[in-house]
Design a protein around this ligand. Structure first.
Ligand SMILES: C[S@@+](CC[C@H](N)C(=O)[O-])C[C@H]1O[C@@H](n2cnc3c(N)ncnc32)[C@H](O)[C@@H]1O
Length: 205
């Protein structure tokens, strides 16, 4: 497969089992569960030298995302229809991303639905593997219990260190869901964690 590059059309990766080739010389950011793509659109317009991958499972949302990229003539925003676990587990290369955004994901608050939640300790290990050295994981949620669960998982993993100061350049960009929650008077909290080198402690072996 050729490198994914600027001007790549929408990618539909339902039955795709090769690793995508990402340009090694570019800053690449992934907006996972991008919804209608407002965040990627605004970020891609702000940072034209970076490549933004906006990925979602829902075709209707990905189409709207693609329309936004075309309307804005944003050649550096690529929309991808793919399931998050397949995309992160098989389709994206190791150490290929500078930043991963997971913004206002569905919190699945009921305990019996918790298996639907995207973020678990295994998934955090996967995000760590996908990030380049000093890469960043940006997460937001309006759901306090989910925020606490994710914070605990990330921070107990030992794979990341928190540094919210690195979000300053994008702090004003609000996704559609964030706008919705803010309009309802809710608070949306953002966290940013920086990848730390993996150290095998050998404990328990
Ligand atoms: C609550 S919406 C948030 C959308 C956007 N990030 C925002 O803040 O406006 C969650 C999004 O994640 C997508 N999603 C949920 N599970 C997914 C999965 N397993 N793979 C890819 N996308 C998923 C949904 O289709 C939806 O667009």
């Amino acid at each position: 497969m050729d490198y994914v590059k600027e001007d790549t059309p929408m990618l539909i990766l339902d039955d795709f089992y090769q690793t995508l080739k990402l340009p090694p010389d570019k800053v690449v950011e992934l907006d996972l569960g991008c919804g209608n793509g407002r965040f990627s659109e605004e970020a891609a317009a702000r940072f034209p030298e970076r490549l933004f991958l906006a990925a979602d499972i829902m075709m209707g949302r990905i189409r709207r995302c693609d329309n936004r990229a075309r309307r804005g003539k944003l050649k550096n925003m690529i929309t991808i229809r793919a399931e998050a676990r397949l995309l992160t587990g098989a389709l994206l290369p190791e150490a290929s991303l500078n930043r991963i955004h997971i913004l206002c994901p569905d919190p699945w608050p009921k305990d019996r639905h918790r298996h639907h939640r995207l973020i678990c300790s295994k998934f955090i290990g996967r995000l760590h593997g996908l990030l380049k050295e000093n890469g960043e994981f940006h997460f937001s949620s309006d759901d306090q219990p989910y925020l606490e669960i994710v914070t605990r998982l990330v921070e107990n993993s030992g794979l990341f260190r928190r540094d919210d100061s690195r979000m300053a350049e994008i702090a004003d960009i609000k996704t559609d869901f964030e706008r919705r929650w803010l309009n309802k008077g809710k608070t949306v909290t953002h966290c940013l964690w920086v990848k730390q080198p993996y150290r095998f402690s050998g404990e328990g072996h």
